[in-house]
Design a protein around this ligand. Structure first.
Ligand code: FRU
Length: 493
C-alpha cells in the first residue's frame, strides 16, 4: 500500500516543467547562458542543508540534471543569488582560455543568522565550482547591532559605468552596490520605501533594461521584487516597477502607491531572468518557482517537492493604462507540440458542454472567446479528472475578470490551498484570448497576449487516465469560440 501511494504521488511530477529528482526546490538561482547552454540553478533543500541544485539545457525545453553546484560550508547555507560570465576576467580568477562563470549568492550564516554575500566560480563551464578564498565578499553594515534581511544578489554588467551592479533585497527595500571585479562592493543607492506593496518582506529582486515594443529608441528599466505576503491570491507573489536606473539608484515612473503584479495566481514566486543571453537573441527570459511559501512543505508530492514555471519571454508594451510587462511561454515550445484539434469559430450554446475528444496530461491550449453582447456572459474551460474533480478556468465578460477555481481540483493539501483566484482583464470589444499550459499538476494561463498571467498548482486524485477538457458558456445568447489544442511532446527524464 505504502509503495502504491508512493508511486501515485510520484505521478504528480510535471512532464515538461523542471523538478529535481528528489528533495525540495524553491527559488531559481544563477541563471546564466554560456557556450550554447542555459544554466538553471535553484535553491535545493536536502534534509535542511541548502545547496544550489543545477540543470542545463540547450533549448530551454529539455533539461539535464547535474550534481549540485554549491554546497553549504563552514560559513553558512547557500541561499539565493545569480551568476554571470566574467567576459573580461575582471575578477582575475580565470585560469585558462575558458571564461569563468561567477556566482554571487547569499550566505545565511550559521553564526547569528547574519546574511552576507559570497562568491563562487567555475572554470569548466559550470561543471565544478570553487568558493572564493576570502568569502564573504559583502557583509551588512551594522544596524542596531544586526541586520538579518540582506540577501538574494542579482548581479549584472552595467556598460555605461563599466562596472558590475548588485541589487540586494533588504527587508523593505532594495539596495544597489557596484564593483569593478565582483569582489569589492560599494554601496550606491536604495529604492523601495513607500513604493509598491509592503505587506511582506522583499526578496529576490531583478533589474534589467527592456526595449518598449514598437518604439525604435525607447527603453525602460524594470525592477522586479518578490514579496513574502500580500499577493493578490494570498501569500507570496511578485511585483514590478517601471522606470529609470542611472547606475546608482532606481526611479519609479509610476505613482508610488501603484502596485503592478507579475502573476495573479497563487503559485508564482522568486522569478528572475537569465544573464548573458546572446546579443542576437536579446530576449529577456524569466523563470519562477511555481509555489507559495504558505504551503511549500505541505505539497503532496514525493520524492520531489517543488516545481518551476515554464520559461517565459518578457515584453514591455504600451497599454491604455501605461507600460506593462507581457509574458509568453518561450517560443521554443512550438517545436515540441503536436496538433490534436483545431476548431474554427462557432457558437458555444449557453448551458451546453463541448467536450474535446481526447485525454492528455500535458497540453498547450489556446482559444479566442467572444460575447455577442459586450458586457454580458461568461465562458469557462473545465479541466476534469472525474465527475467530481474539476478545475474551472473562465472569463467573466461582465466583471472583466479571469478566474481559476481550484476548490474541486482534488487534494487540498493545506487550508490556504483551495480557492477561487481572479485577475482583472479588460475584455475590449467583447473578446478575450487565452493560452493555457497544463502540465499534470500545474496550470499557467496567459490572457490577452500575456498581459495577465495566472499560475496555479493542482493535485487531482484521479489523474491516472489523464484529463479531459470541455468548454461551457453562460448568460448571453452563447459565446463564440475558436480554439487549438496541442499535445506537448517533451518529457524530462
Ligand atoms: C525566497 C527566499 C529567499 C532566500 C531563499 C531561501 O523564496 O526566501 O529570500 O534566499 O528563499 O531558500
Amino acid at each position: 500500500m505504502e509503495e502504491k501511494n508512493k508511486q501515485a504521488q510520484e505521478a504528480y511530477r510535471p512532464q515538461f516543467h523542471y523538478t529535481a529528482r528528489e528533495h525540495i526546490i524553491n527559488d531559481p538561482n544563477g541563471l546564466v547562458y554560456y557556450e550554447g547552454e542555459y544554466h538553471l540553478m535553484h535553491q535545493y533543500n536536502v534534509h535542511n542543508q541548502i545547496y544550489w541544485g543545477h540543470g542545463v539545457s540547450r533549448d530551454l525545453l529539455h533539461w539535464k540534471r547535474l550534481p549540485p553546484a554549491l554546497a553549504p560550508d563552514e560559513i553558512g547555507q547557500i541561499w539565493s543569488g545569480s551568476a554571470v560570465v566574467d567576459w573580461n576576467n575582471t575578477s582575475g580568477l580565470q585560469e585558462g582560455e575558458e571564461k569563468i562563470l561567477a556566482a554571487l549568492f547569499t550566505y545565511n550564516e550559521h553564526v547569528d543568522v547574519r546574511q552576507s554575500q559570497g562568491l563562487a566560480y567555475s572554470c569548466d563551464r559550470g561543471r565544478s565550482w570553487r568558493k572564493y578564498k576570502n568569502n564573504p565578499v559583502l557583509i551588512p553594515e551594522e544596524e542596531n547591532g544586526k541586520r538579518k534581511d540582506f540577501r538574494d544578489p542579482k548581479v549584472f554588467w552595467y556598460e555605461p559605468l563599466s562596472c558590475w551592479i548588485m541589487v540586494l533585497a533588504c527587508f523593505d527595500q532594495v539596495e544597489f552596490y557596484r564593483s569593478p571585479n565582483l569582489i569589492q562592493w560599494e554601496f550606491s543607492g536604495k529604492f523601495g520605501q513607500g513604493q509598491g506593496s509592503h505587506e511582506g518582506v522583499w526578496e529576490c529582486p531583478d533589474l534589467f533594461e527592456m526595449p518598449v515594443e514598437g518604439e525604435k529608441e525607447e527603453t525602460r528599466w524594470v525592477l522586479t521584487v518578490s514579496i513574502n505576503n500580500g499577493a493578490p491570491a494570498g501569500g507570496t507573489g511578485m511585483q514590478y516597477f517601471i522606470g529609470e536606473f542611472n547606475g546608482r539608484t532606481f526611479r519609479n515612473e509610476n505613482p508610488p502607491e501603484q502596485v503592478l503584479w507579475m502573476d495573479y495566481g497563487k503559485d508564482f514566486y522568486a522569478g528572475v531572468t537569465w544573464n548573458d543571453i546572446p546579443e542576437e537573441d536579446k530576449r529577456r527570459l524569466m523563470i519562477g518557482w511555481s509555489d507559495n511559501w504558505l504551503y511549500r512543505d505541505a505539497l503532496p508530492t514525493a520524492p520531489f517537492k517543488g516545481q518551476l514555471s515554464f520559461v517565459r519571454e518578457l515584453y514591455l508594451k504600451k497599454t491604455g493604462e501605461g507600460l506593462r510587462i507581457f509574458q509568453q511561454p518561450v517560443r521554443e515550445l512550438e517545436n515540441c507540440r503536436n496538433l490534436k484539434l483545431r476548431k474554427e469559430k462557432h457558437v458555444l450554446k449557453a448551458g451546453e458542454e463541448e467536450k474535446l475528444p481526447f485525454r492528455f496530461s500535458a497540453l498547450d491550449f489556446s482559444c479566442e472567446l467572444e460575447t455577442p453582447e459586450p458586457g454580458r456572459g461568461k465562458a469557462e474551460i473545465r479541466l476534469s479528472s472525474g465527475e467530481k474533480e474539476f478545475t474551472r478556468i473562465g472569463y467573466d465578460f461582465q466583471k472583466e475578470a479571469l478566474y481559476v477555481d481550484r476548490r474541486y481540483s482534488g487534494l487540498n493539501p493545506h487550508e490556504a490551498f483551495p480557492g477561487v483566484y481572479e485577475a482583472p482583464v479588460k475584455g475590449g470589444e467583447g473578446k478575450i484570448d487565452l493560452r493555457i499550459l497544463i502540465d499534470v499538476s500545474q496550470i499557467e494561463i496567459f490572457a490577452k497576449q500575456g498581459e495577465r498571467v495566472m499560475t496555479n498548482l493542482f493535485f487531482p486524485e484521479n489523474y491516472d487516465h489523464g484529463y479531459e477538457i470541455s468548454l461551457h458558456a453562460e448568460g448571453a445568447p452563447g459565446i463564440l469560440a475558436e480554439y487549438e489544442a496541442w499535445e506537448i511532446l517533451i518529457t524530462l527524464d
